[in-house]
Write a protein that binds this ligand. Structure first.
Ligand SMILES: [Cu+2]
Length: 617
């Protein structure tokens, strides 16, 4: 939906200048700084942890936290989804779907169909700020939550209904207003999805407004093509220790990811199976019975800056070094500092750091603890109780259990961020007092049949596997000649920096080139197992499966990678989205087994070297 001038007037927004005038059903927006109800101490803490106080003051805990709706399936799609792109001019796809017949036309596994629209709509970040146009999915930002299930493939028809935007902020200004940034070409990436490249939301496979793109999600455990067994009690092929749980989706348009994500193109996607079944009363004896339904709550964190003059979202374009965007307002499911009414029982909260650049270290007030059950959304082998869970770099996820059963009715418990992060380079130290992001109000009792078992999900057994085609590859993340680089060069469209073979395993080393930056590095398609950090083996939570690794300044990590199931190109990139756009990204290309690449040199996409048949070491 494009917002017309008439609509703007009707809703009280005067033209594109963003001036807010009183109208029917709206309230006047006035500069609230002089009457800010925030205490000096709170301001000082926020200043120290979040950075300079630029945005207008907003009253804390003035609005309830929205919970994104669960997306409902469609009976059919017209035109019907097909392996090859259709002749319909609205079809934005150019690539055929891999394994379409076996994965998406298998009568034993009927496909669930979904349809979503990316569009502009008016959003309230807070009642003390004006309604303003942002971008999202079906009128929501974060968009609707998908509930997928292993063994049940999905096809998502993803429509781009965004309005045209020049994506060129004004030259004479250090900030671009909400109506001036964003790109109307999109590529929605399902983050952590084990997805064929043509459905992955690859930055190369974008589609323009007015068109749709069908994305196919197989929902089989990674490695299903080499291990097609279906284990007792499970419905999907492959090893259930490869299951993914808390995923999220976001725009991945090349050179515009930061603007499009900042403008709202984000949402969450959950995957369930027989173990993590999403039913706390599941009679199946193998079910974990973690808190479910209204007690399983996705929470997407993102930080932004609003213009103190008119309260509109703005993108700071003064950062010529592209360090990052660090906002002084933290949004929880799209609103600033909300409250959430809870019952005296256990909840599962699934946190995702949707960036753009800030890291978080979460704490609860009243000395309450978290029981962390996942890292990057994948269940741990055992739950871990802590006062603060694992640090959340950009794009990382954690699932925690918070037990309110010992709280009193009327208690108010705050979720705080205590990590200073005042520019995009890296986080600083942890403070003793934090900025409250969300307040839990304990208001009622409720039965609690949920459990947190001592054993959750096993790690994959990779003890028998060894690197094959390439023993080791190194990727260095650095800054050269004013650009963010991987192995010395910024991303160039069409260039592939690593060719690997399907059904091979490799050890990858990620090295931080220095300069005092902290880079959260994300690998598409394949989760990795972190083997070492700075030469030392990792243990505990960090030893599980992940898809983002925080690369500390000067740090080095070693990852076990396995390439299975699909062929094609996928990116590796920094998930500080400013670094990603400028252009700390490289493509790796998974080739068929009988093609063995030269592993030492970057090559152009077309160069494949057939006829090499290395044996496993
Ligand atoms: Cu980075």
């Amino acid at each position: 939906m494009t917002i017309s001038r008439r609509d703007m007037m009707k809703w009280g927004l005067a033209a594109a200048a963003g001036l807010w005038i009183p109208g029917k059903g709206s309230r006047a927006w006035s500069h609230p700084q002089s009457t800010c109800p925030i205490s000096e101490e709170a301001k000082e803490i926020a200043d120290r942890i979040l950075g300079d106080w630029k945005s207008p003051c907003t009253r804390p805990f003035a609005v309830p936290m929205p919970v994104p709706p669960v997306q409902q399936p469609m009976g059919l799609l017209n035109p019907a989804p097909a392996k090859d792109p259709s002749s319909d001019p609205r079809d934005g796809r150019t690539l055929s779907h891999q394994q379409f017949e076996s994965l998406f036309q298998n009568p034993e596994r009927p496909v669930t169909l979904y349809e979503v629209r990316q569009q502009e709509f008016l959003h309230s970040f807070h009642p003390d700020l004006p309604l303003q146009p942002i971008w999202g999915f079906n009128g929501h930002s974060p968009g609707p939550v998908y509930h997928g299930r292993y063994g049940r493939p999905m096809i998502l028809r993803n429509w781009n209904w965004l309005p045209d935007v020049a994506n060129k902020p004004p030259k004479d200004s250090s900030k671009a207003k909400v109506h001036e940034f964003g790109c109307h070409f999109v590529s929605t990436h399902l983050h952590n999805g084990h997805t064929a490249p043509e459905s992955d939301g690859n930055p190369r496979n974008f589609w323009k407004n007015g068109t749709f793109y069908d994305q196919c999600f197989a929902n089989q455990y990674a490695g299903y093509s080499t291990d097609p067994r279906v284990r007792d009690g499970y419905s999907a092929a492959g090893d259930p220790s490869e299951a993914l749980g808390t995923l999220w989706y976001h725009d991945h348009m090349h050179e515009a990811t930061a603007a499009n994500v900042y403008k709202g193109l984000t949402g969450m996607f959950l995957l369930f199976d027989e173990l993590d079944s999403g039913n706390e009363q599941d009679p199946n004896p193998m079910a974990l019975r973690l808190p479910s339904g209204e007690f399983d709550v996705p929470i997407l964190l993102t930080d932004k800056v609003f213009d103190p003059a008119d309260g509109l979202l703005y993108l700071d374009t003064s950062d010529k070094d592209s360090k990052g965007i660090v906002g002084d307002k933290v949004l929880v499911n799209g609103v600033i500092q909300p409250y959430f009414q809870v019952a005296r029982r256990k909840y599962r909260f699934r946190f995702v750091n949707a960036g753009p650049s800030r890291f978080y270290q979460l704490f609860l007030s009243h000395g309450m603890t978290f029981t962390q059950i996942s890292n990057d959304g994948n269940l741990l082998e055992r739950p871990v109780e802590r006062h603060t869970p694992t640090r959340l770099g950009v794009a990382e996820r954690i699932d925690v259990i918070i037990d309110f059963s010992k709280a009193k009715l009327g208690d108010q418990i705050c979720l705080e961020n205590r990590l200073r992060h005042i520019n995009g380079a890296k986080p600083a130290d942890i403070e003793s007092k934090g900025v409250p992001l969300l307040r839990f109000d304990v208001v009622r009792d409720a039965p609690d049949p949920s459990r947190v078992p001592e054993v959750l999900r096993k790690r994959p057994d990779v003890s028998g596997e060894r690197p094959r085609c390439a023993a080791k590859r190194t990727f260095e993340f650095d800054r050269r000649n004013g650009s963010w680089t991987v192995n010395g060069t910024p991303y160039r469209d069409g260039e592939v920096i690593a060719h690997v073979r399907r059904n091979s395993d490799e050890l990858w080393v990620f090295k931080n080139g220095g300069g005092g930056w902290d880079h959260p590095i994300h690998v598409h398609h394949n989760e990795f197992l972190l083997r070492t950090r700075n030469g030392l083996s990792v243990a505990d939570i960090e030893a599980g499966r992940k898809d983002v690794v925080r690369l500390d300044p000067g740090g080095e990590v070693e990852l076990l990678m396995r390439f299975r199931d699909f062929t094609g190109q996928y990116p590796i990139h920094c998930h500080n989205v400013l670094h990603e756009d400028h252009a700390m990204m490289g493509m790796f290309h998974i080739l068929d087994e009988d093609i063995c690449p030269d592993t030492d040199k970057p090559t152009e996409d077309k160069e494949k070297r057939p006829g090499c048949h290395h044996r496993p070491h």
